[in-house]
Design a protein around this ligand. Structure first.
Ligand code: IPM
Ligand code: MG
Length: 357
């Protein structure tokens, strides 16, 4: 029996997550996996009800869960809240508290949706890359941090810091993942300007030597940003620190035509959380316009990484490709396709999944 916690969160998280849950139930039936589903509050929704973006009860439920399906976080009504009460803090503390150090963000171009990419089809056909982002360290969590005033001048401060065990752990994770993919790993750093970057490269190089079967290289982050747009097919697996992974995964995510297609997995020793990479998109929230595919693909990742069922993930990919050939949400709309809302896209996916059983 697997316990799954659903955290829809804010904005379109409340719309896309139920579509993911439909697929989750269907996939569990097909896999013969017994599941129980619980719901909890996080982010702006939790702030409204409890005054806390990450209530203690949610933390307890998260710790007890075998896997978490997360929606999105962020609500403009709370933009002026003090830093610790911002909705995004809830997500960051969950990552930290559950030690979800490895964040996997695949960017895959679906043949059924080549037209949706901003790049020319001949540049992106076959793109299948995986960003491994370190998620519990780096400048997101480094101390000292905060707002100060020194000699009458106001300033804000963050610290980029990585320990040797942290770098070693994430690079090793990425090497193991790359070995099961196409056997290539690119490590991304900023060693030409930052001590953290030189250190990262030194440790990555040492760990890479233990995996002679994986072909490896190193790239500065600015160059990696350029190469991801210019020639994304050259990449298989990439590994990097928290901030660079945040930025490059948005760039890579858009290769498929919409951030609304980008799922993710955040994995630790004992816990795992699956979430779309897009945010809460307040501008379209509540209008049934959001793309539920990232949530649905996140469910696929859950079956692959938490339940050891890669076949379900592959099947979900095939279903997404098939449905996209005819139906699109507004973010990926193209001539000749039928425009559908979030709920209908979810229903099409479920129908196609069950038809392919
Ligand atoms: C992401 C988001 C978060 C991050 C925000 C919401 C704190 O952009 O998951 O990429 O920066 O990690
Ligand atoms: Mg981001």
């Amino acid at each position: 029996m697997k316990k799954i916690l659903i955290l829809p969160g804010d904005g379109i998280g409340k719309e896309v997550t139920p579509q993911g849950v439909h697929l989750l139930k269907a996939a569990a039936r097909e896999a013969g996996l017994e599941i129980t589903i619980e719901n909890a509050l996080i982010g702006g929704a939790a702030l409204d009800e409890t005054g806390d973006p990450l209530p203690a009860e949610t933390i307890d439920q998260a710790r007890a869960a075998d896997a978490i399906l997360f929606g999105a976080i962020g609500d403009p009504r709370h933009d002026q809240a003090p830093h610790e009460k911002r909705p995004g803090r809830g997500l960051l503390w969950l990552r930290k508290n559950l030690e979800l150090y490895a964040n996997l963000r695949p960017a895959k171009v679906f043949p059924g949706a080549l037209d949706a990419s901003p790049l020319k089809p001949e540049r992106i056909e076959g793109v299948d890359l995986m960003i491994v982002r370190e998620l519990t360290g780096g400048i997101y969590f480094g101390e000292p941090r905060g707002f100060r005033e020194e000699a009458g001048v106001r300033l804000a401060l963050n610290t980029m810091v990585y320990t040797e065990p942290e770098v070693e752990r994430i690079v090793r994770f990425a090497l193991e993942l790359a070995r099961g993919r196409r056997g290539r790993l690119t490590s991304v750093d900023k060693g030409n300007a930052l001590e953290v970057g030189r250190f990262w490269r030194e440790i990555a190089t040492r760990v890479m030597a233990e995996f002679p079967e994986v072909e490896t290289d190193h790239m500065y982050v600015d160059n990696a940003a350029l190469q991801i747009i210019r020639d994304p097919r050259r990449f298989d697996t990439l590994v990097m620190g928290n901030l660079f992974g945040d930025i490059l995964s948005d760039a890579a995510g858009n290769l498929s035509g919409s951030l609304g297609m980008l799922p993710s997995a955040s994995i630790g020793k004992r816990h795992a959380l699956y979430e779309p990479c897009h945010g809460s998109a307040p501008d379209i929230a509540g209008k049934d316009q959001a793309n539920p595919i990232a949530s649905i693909l996140s469910v696929g990742m859950m079956f692959r990484y938490s339940f050891g069922q890669p076949g379900i993930d592959e099947k979900i990919h095939a279903v997404v490709d098939r449905v996209l050939a005819d139906f699109r949400t507004a973010d990926m709309m193209a001539p000749g396709k039928t425009l559908v809302g979030c709920a209908e896209m979810g229903a099409r996916m479920l129908e196609a999944f069950e038809a392919a059983a």
